[in-house]
Design a binder for this molecule. Structure first.
Ligand code: ADP
Ligand code: MG
Length: 260
């Protein structure tokens, strides 16, 4: 079969095109024990995380709730290896990441984690397609040929050549989700992903995250909006750097049920 382009191998790269509702093999998961994150020293010391024990099952969809300043972002960032915890054990996707150097953590993030932020953080001078491709180039992880599939997966097949300024907020957030998927991560971590969006657009973004969860990924969404919790199978409430409660929801609602 020389000269034949492409591959006869089965595409095992993370469920692109997998129909919604069909749960794939679960990936990711996290286990935290005695995790602390302290900023500053002495008078300015802040215990952003103050002894967190938490287990997120592989393939779970977790919403983290809590008031502003309660430690939600810090929790997400230590799970994703953006920040080093001050103490405790953090096992993510089967790897212990506490105590690792920043360089090691960068490697861990490349292999396992995708992040989505409130304000999209796209490069304004690159098109939607290029904003996703650059992640493959920079990390050396993933396959640039998959980028059109990723954009299609988030409903942006017809916007690939648009620049961020030519896209609505919801479309920009879809590009950001496709970018987070570029390395085919086990975990998708989203910090207030609907915080800058209107309700209709926000529901669409939550629906897109639910679809990615059905493809097997562990998804964690941080929000101050309690209504978002109803779409999660696991709801974690954080207060003053501590876990206040972990509730399991046997019948999560669809994104349309969310309101604000
Ligand atoms: P949330 O996301 O729930 O609003 P954060 O995790 O951002 O909360 O912050 C938790 C606490 O840690 C807050 O008191 C915040 O001011 C503090 N904090 C967060 N990041 C830093 C930092 N880089 N330096 C100092 N204090 C910080
Ligand atoms: Mg925050």
């Amino acid at each position: 079969m020389s000269g034949r382009h492409g591959s006869t191998e089965k595409d095992t790269a993370g469920g692109v095109g997998r129909p919604a509702g069909e749960h794939a093999a679960a990936r990711g998961g996290a286990r935290l024990a005695g995790v602390r994150k302290t900023y500053g020293t002495g008078d300015t010391e802040v215990h952003a995380l103050d002894g967190v024990d938490l287990e997120l099952a592989p393939g779970s969809f977790t919403v983290v709730l809590g008031p502003s300043g309660s430690g939600k972002t810090t929790l997400l960032n230590v799970i994703g290896g953006i920040e080093q915890a001050t103490a405790g054990s953090i096992e993510v996707a089967g790897e212990e990441i506490s105590g690792r150097s920043p360089v090691d953590l960068a490697g861990f993030r490349r292999e396992h984690v995708g992040f989505v932020f409130q304000f999209f953080n796209l490069v304004p001078t690159l098109t939607a397609r290029e904003n996703v491709e650059i992640i493959v180039e920079l990390t050396g992880v993933g396959d640039a040929r998959r980028v059109p599939d990723l954009l299609a997966e988030v409903g942006l097949a017809d916007r690939a050549d648009h620049f961020p300024a030519q896209l609505s907020g919801g479309q920009q957030q879809r590009v950001a989700i496709a970018r987070a998927l570029a390395t085919d991560p086990d975990l998708l971590l989203a910090d207030e992903p609907t915080g800058a969006l209107d309700l209709t657009t926000g529901r669409q973004i939550l629906g897109a995250l639910l679809d990615l969860h059905r493809a097997g990924r562990t998804v964690v969404v941080v929000t101050h909006n309690a209504s978002v919790a109803q779409i999660a199978d696991t709801v974690v409430t954080v207060v003053d750097g501590k876990i206040r409660s972990v509730e399991h929801n046997p019948e999560p609602a669809a994104a349309e049920a969310v309101s604000w």
